[in-house]
Design a binder for this molecule. Structure first.
Ligand SMILES: Cc1cc2nc3c(=O)[nH]c(=O)nc-3n(C[C@H](O)[C@H](O)[C@H](O)COP(=O)(O)O)c2cc1C
Length: 179
């Protein structure tokens, strides 16, 4: 299987990155193919509701930016790990840009029956993540994507998750359990 990890934090080697990477390492231990993308390395323009993906372009987004590289990777993946820290009780701006650009899949249904794993580090912990997790869960449901796991990590300082053996183990095991 192919597992694609999306890191929606601007901080490389920090909490989101570490948790997503552990999931990918676990997946590799179960012989799955993995790839990781740092969203902050990509140019992702906002969806402008042109509706071309609905009507004029065979369900393709017509905005020419790095999402054109991401779309085939999403379509080839069996499991997508969506990792974003909690920013003001929602995802980071970059992750939101990516989510908005999933609009073509409402029509094409190309993400249907794929699996998603959600990773949300936050300073306040799980209770503060209910709005963001809920928004992702509803969006996955709308796209026909099955939520296969949810990791809500309490962490604030850079790379704090590296000092949480339980989180490292749980995320590795989550990846290893992918089937
Ligand atoms: C702009 C901004 C907004 C944030 N908003 C929240 C928040 O609403 N609730 C919370 O618990 N933590 C919030 N945080 C803290 C981050 O979620 C936390 O530091 C997280 O571990 C960062 O993950 P990273 O190390 O992968 O970047 C915020 C951080 C920033 C920079």
């Amino acid at each position: 299987m192919k597992v694609l990890g999306l890191v929606g934090s601007p901080r490389k080697n920090s909490n989101t990155d570490i948790a997503v990477t552990q999931i990918l390492r676990g997946a590799e231990a179960s012989s799955h193919q993995t790839e990781k993308l740092y969203l902050y390395d990509l140019e992702i323009a906002p969806c402008v509701d042109c509706r071309n993906c609905k009507t004029k372009s065979n369900h393709q987004c017509t905005i020419k930016d790095d999402m054109q590289l991401v779309y085939p990777k999403l379509e080839e993946a069996d499991v997508v790990v969506f990792g974003s820290p909690l920013y003001w009780y929602g995802p980071t701006a970059k992750m939101k840009l990516l989510i908005d650009r999933l609009r073509p899949y409402v029509e094409s249904k190309k993400l249907k029956d794929k699996k998603a794993i959600l990773v949300i580090p936050s300073a306040e912990g799980a209770d503060a993540c209910s709005f963001m997790a809920g928004a992702f869960e509803l969006s996955f449901e709308y796209l026909g994507v099955d939520l296969a796991g949810k990791v809500l990590v309490k962490a604030y300082e850079k790379a704090e998750v590296a000092k949480q053996p339980a989180t490292l183990k749980a995320t590795f095991e989550l990846g290893k359990a992918i089937k």
